[in-house]
Ligand binder design. Structure first.
Ligand code: SF4
Length: 335
């Protein structure tokens, strides 16, 4: 469905280029949910937005390819890209208030997309809006409400309805449940997963929360400091992570199924300044397993097992590192 290869995205900051995404890639097979996970500033949102080519004015795609349906989105003229938005690729933002206009009734906003982008008549658009509301579990009698009359969960469901309006092939969801409490998070994720299966959608789920990918995604791509550091099917990633950052992320988030119970161990420190990234592995300053080679030479992403890509010099020792990483004191020693 989608194949991102060697993508680099740079922001112009003053007279400098800050490369927020650097030579990174991943694939989204048809009909799957792929999680893009990492902490704030790792480049996941920049990467996701680049897929729809809705990036900040001071950002540019500095290299690479976004192959979608036989076309390279990175090189597509804006008019052609615009024609793909909503119809082929749509976007669910983090806060539904970013996609719903507070001064218009929700029905009007959905119908506007259906009529302007889908060419539907008023009557057909009204019927489709009601159908979409039923699909996402909102009573169609609420279509005439304004966004402020909805709860946070309902607003997010309405944003999902809006994204699905024209039957896109690919939906990019940017932290779609971050602003919601854990019970509503589960309901929305269950709904998204059900719709994804029923409609055969491909979804990219951008999140900082590894428990969200554990609950929802078929494959997971872990990003750190602008680079993909691990990429494989979610079950393997959670049971046998090969990258120390993934091991640390697992300890840092509660399990959605246990509704937030359990002891959490954070990864001490913060990601490097991307205006001046370090030599060697970008995670070395926070990694309890960093060796001399890690500080001098950047590890290249390698497919070490079929479908399991990792960028770590010590990936061959992962079984031992996982044992160490499961102990809180391993991470506390880095604080
Ligand atoms: S390359 Fe070295 S510093 Fe980087 S994650 Fe692997 S062990 Fe840690």
């Amino acid at each position: 469905m989608l194949s991102v290869k060697d993508l680099s995205i740079a922001y112009k900051v003053g007279s400098n280029d800050v490369v927020a995404v650097s030579n990174s890639g991943f694939d989204v097979p048809k009909g799957t949910i792929v999680g893009l996970v990492g902490e704030s500033g790792c480049g996941k949102t920049t990467m996701a937005r680049a897929l729809t080519r809705v990036i900040a004015d001071n950002a540019r795609i500095a290299g690479g390819e976004i192959a979608f349906d036989g076309q390279d989105l990175a090189a597509l003229p804006e008019a052609k890209m615009n024609a793909l938005r909503w119809r082929d690729i749509s976007f669910i933002p983090q806060s539904a208030m970013n996609s719903l206009d507070p001064v218009y009734r929700v029905e009007y906003q959905i119908m506007e997309v259906l009529r302007d982008r889908g060419g539907m008549t008023r009557r057909a658009a009204r019927a489709r809006a009601a159908e979409l509301f039923e699909m996402v579990g909102i009573d169609k009698g609420r279509l005439r409400d304004f966004p402020h009359q909805f709860s946070g969960g309902m607003r997010q469901r309405a944003a999902i309805a809006l994204a699905l309006a024209l039957n896109p092939k690919l939906v990019v969801a940017d932290e779609p449940v971050t602003a919601l409490d854990v019970i509503i998070q589960r309901q929305i994720l269950d709904q998204l997963r059900t719709l994804q299966r029923e409609l055969g959608l491909s979804v990219i789920m951008v999140t900082h929360d590894i428990s969200v990918v554990a609950y929802t995604c078929d494959r997971t791509v872990v990003m750190y400091a602008g680079k993909v550091v691990e990429d494989c099917d979610t079950a393997t990633l959670l049971n046998r992570p090969l990258h120390p950052y993934t091991m640390g992320l697992k300890n840092a988030f509660p399990d959605l199924k246990s509704a937030g119970s359990g002891v959490l161990t954070p990864i001490a420190g913060s990601p490097p300044d991307l205006a001046d990234p370090p030599d060697g592995c970008r995670f070395a300053a926070r990694c309890p397993f960093a060796a001399e080679l890690c500080r001098s030479t950047e590890p290249a992403p390698l497919e070490v097992e079929k479908g399991h890509i990792v960028a770590c010099h010590r990936a061959s020792e992962a079984a031992q590192l996982r044992l160490e990483a499961s102990k809180p004191q391993t991470w506390e020693a880095m604080a």
